[in-house]
Design a protein around this ligand. Structure first.
Ligand code: MG
Ligand code: MG
Length: 261
């Protein structure tokens, strides 16, 4: 079992650059995402944008994953394949992006509503984003991984949602997936101690219905067993004293979405 990698201040700045390129890539996706667009189009524009900015898509060929983005529709939780599917009004779509830039990795995900989405599903998106924010608040020196996990789980379950257990957040920076695991469920005060120099990806995966998931025979796609919608938001966060240092940002995406209204 590998150990937790602690990053220097300089290394954290490099992970911030990678994470900001992820955030800007998600904003490029936000510009074109709408009903009628094929999900492979989003993948291809993201790959071009990342490479044009000196990066490499972190997911492409990772353990054999064949695309630059994970694009997960509706009841799909994570790790969906982009393809010929045309987005339609009422869909929700999780777009997960990772970038390697100067040998450092950033990772972030955003779930987009397409056109008119029913209010119940919009609430799922809102609550999942709140779960992320509540988890991020606990990502400071002196807390433990279980404090993040508990904050996410408590908020999701209070709203009647299912917390996906089979997939978790993770350390990130030198590689896409490092120690420690950062689950979205757990007990306060449990798990790895959060210390200066740790960089973690916090990524609640929250189901509108039951928590159970199924794994597809494509070897990647994970979906909600009951077929109900699932949402996913993710930030890369550096552990500091007093307040979390969020290295990725939704600012660029949300500016684009605001302009499209
Ligand atoms: Mg991700
Ligand atoms: Mg991740």
């Amino acid at each position: 079992m590998s150990k937790i990698n602690y990053k220097s201040v300089e290394e954290i700045e490099l992970i911030r650059e990678s994470s900001l390129l992820v955030s800007k890539t998600l904003a490029e996706v936000a510009k074109v995402i709408r009903a009628g667009v094929k999900t492979i189009t989003l993948n291809d524009l993201a790959e071009t944008f990342i490479r044009d900015h000196g990066g490499v898509p972190a997911f492409l060929n990772y353990n054999g994953f064949p695309y630059s983005l994970c694009i997960s529709l509706n009841d799909q939780v994570v790790h969906g394949f982009p393809g010929s599917y045309e987005l339609k009004d009422g869909d929700i779509v999780s777009v997960d992006c990772g970038v390697v830039l100067n040998n450092f990795v950033g990772d972030s995900a955003y779930t987009f509503p397409i056109g008119e989405v029913d209010p119940g599903t919009l609430k799922l998106l809102q609550v999942t984003k709140e779960c992320l924010n509540l988890g991020v608040e606990k990502a400071i020196v002196g807390m433990r991984v279980g404090d993040i996990a508990y904050a996410v789980q408590e908020h999701a379950e209070k709203n009647g949602y299912g917390v996906v257990k089979e997939l978790v957040g993770h350390g990130v920076g030198y590689k896409l997936h490092e120690k420690p695991e950062v689950p979205n469920y757990g007990k306060r005060g449990s798990g790895a101690k959060l210390e200066e120099g740790m960089v973690i990806a916090i990524e609640p995966m929250i189901n509108a219905g039951r928590a159970a998931v199924k794994f597809w025979s494509d070897g990647w796609t994970v979906s909600a067993s009951d077929g109900k919608p699932s949402a996913h938001y993710e930030h890369t966060v550096a552990i500091k004293k007093g307040k979390p240092d969020i290295l990725s940002t939704f600012k660029f995406v949300e500016e684009v979405l605001e302009q499209k209204k």
